[in-house]
Ligand binder design. Structure first.
Ligand code: AMP
Ligand code: GLY
Length: 417
């Protein structure tokens, strides 16, 4: 099978790494990719937002499967263009991707499907904003309605800051604050059958102890030793299957990866958000534990044959990933800094620990930073404590001027039985 992956972050590196280990994959391409992905896939340049260009590339390569990684091309309808050309594609249509592209659309789907989520108001005027902030009280949760790369959400006790963020958005969702630990649960679906993956936890804030601004994600781990073993079944029944059914009944079936961001509150599990693609950095730890070869699962979803998919197999190992971000992330990250130590990790720590590239590019012989999140250092071990130790040992070998990472990824969970 020839597979073309669209995107160029750590999620796509994790996908390409798994696909490159799949004996059914005879050729693997990634467009546009990055310096790390180049080691496991052949890179091609493409404007990932241009459906016709992606289609032309897939046709030229004779791709049997196209996997669209990031949300922006999905929302732009790139999967529709590929599907229309008769090429199997893993990723929802532009309409179904509105589940991520519009918080208001997601709330509407959840209301119709009876999916538990935070109570919310959609506001377009300053008066509506004030009423909604007043109705819920502090802490305030204010969400830009559109795509914002994980940075459109402000959670604050400061009314003036909440108001300022809301007034800077055209349309804004203001909602009830959900207390409790967060879980990311991914499911692969063909629009009818839903296959859950293993849950993971992401660290959204920039600094240790969940301080600092929201980011795209600073680290993740899986499994969750503290979670109720029935969590996956419960979320399947209350959230994932009803959402997939609702979108199918609306005539916009969702096929691809449905990501449920959940809060485990004292009053039960609630959806914080949906995403229409693999999450980053959770994908790095979830795929590190998946034993079933990936390509066949994604192809079954693309072809509408997931009902024939044998049960997924998982490693007993735990996985931890630690994101190394550039100077000044998430504000205005500095790029172009040389990254050193990658060879040392490959020589000393592989295969238990390895570096997935997020924002990197090659400059002559050097690999340099090219984005806010630069690397995602991933490790597996017999438990979270061991995976964590291996991940941080590898992190310590990486040298990148001005870089930052959290030191507490999976720390609390590793201390639990
Ligand atoms: P989102 O982009 O909707 O996932 O929001 C980003 C982050 O903001 C989430 O991962 C949560 O940490 C936080 N957040 C979002 N919505 C809520 C909420 N209703 N209550 C508490 N925290 C929230
Ligand atoms: N880990 C958060 C996201 O992918 O949106």
């Amino acid at each position: 099978m020839k597979v073309l992956v669209i995107g160029g972050g750590a999620r796509e590196h994790a996908l390409c790494r798994s696909l490159s280990l799949d004996p059914d994959v005879s050729a693997l391409y990634c467009a546009p990719g990055n310096a790390g992905i180049a080691e496991v896939a052949e890179l091609r340049p493409v404007d990932a937002l241009d459906g016709d260009a992606v289609c032309a590339l897939a046709t030229e390569l004779g791709a049997d499967l196209v996997v669209v990684g990031p949300e922006a091309p999905l929302v732009a309808g790139v999967a529709d263009a590929v599907r229309a050309a008769g090429i199997p594609v893993f990723g929802p249509s532009g309409e179904a991707a509105q589940l991520e592209g519009s918080k208001a659309f997601a709330k509407d789907v959840m209301a119709a499907a009876g999916v538990p989520t935070a109570r919310s108001y959609v506001c377009t005027t300053p008066e509506e904003v004030d009423e909604a902030l007043d109705a819920f009280g502090a802490p305030y949760v204010v969400k830009d309605d559109g795509l914002a790369a994980g940075k459109g959400v402000v959670v604050t006790g400061d009314l003036a800051a909440a108001r300022a963020h809301a007034l800077g958005c055209d349309r804004v969702v203001i909602e009830e604050y959900l207390d409790g630990p967060e879980v990311s649960l991914f499911a692969i679906t063909d629009g009818v059958t839903v296959v859950p993956l293993q849950p993971a936890q992401d660290f959204k804030r920039a600094l240790d102890g969940d301080e600092g601004p929201n980011t795209g994600g600073m680290g993740a781990y899986s499994p969750l030793p503290w979670a109720d073993p029935k969590l996956v079944d419960e979320v399947m029944e209350l959230v994932l299957q009803p959402t997939v059914d609702e979108l199918r009944h609306r005539g916009t079936p969702f096929s691809g990866l449905l990501y449920a961001g959940l809060a485990i509150t004292s009053r039960g599990t609630r959806v914080i958000e949906f995403n229409a693609r693999f999450g980053d950095p959770e994908t790095q730890v979830v795929l590190a534990r998946l034993r079933t070869p990936l390509a066949g699962v994604l192809l079954n979803a693309a072809n509408g044959t997931l009902d024939a998919q044998p049960e997924l197999r998982w490693s007993e190992d735990a996985a931890v990933t630690v994101v190394i971000a550039s100077h000044n992330y998430p504000e205005t990250p500095r790029t172009g800094d040389v990254i050193e130590g990658l060879d040392e990790v490959a020589a000393e720590d592989a295969p238990d620990a390895y570096v997935l590239h997020a924002g990197t590019r090659r400059e002559g012989d050097a690999v340099v930073s090219a984005g806010g999140r630069v690397l995602s250092v991933t490790a597996t071990g017999s438990d979270l404590a061991q995976a964590r130790e291996k991940a941080y040992k590898a992190v310590a070998r990486i040298r990148l001027d001005g870089s930052q990472h959290r030191t507490d990824i999976a720390a609390m969970a590793a201390g639990r039985p």
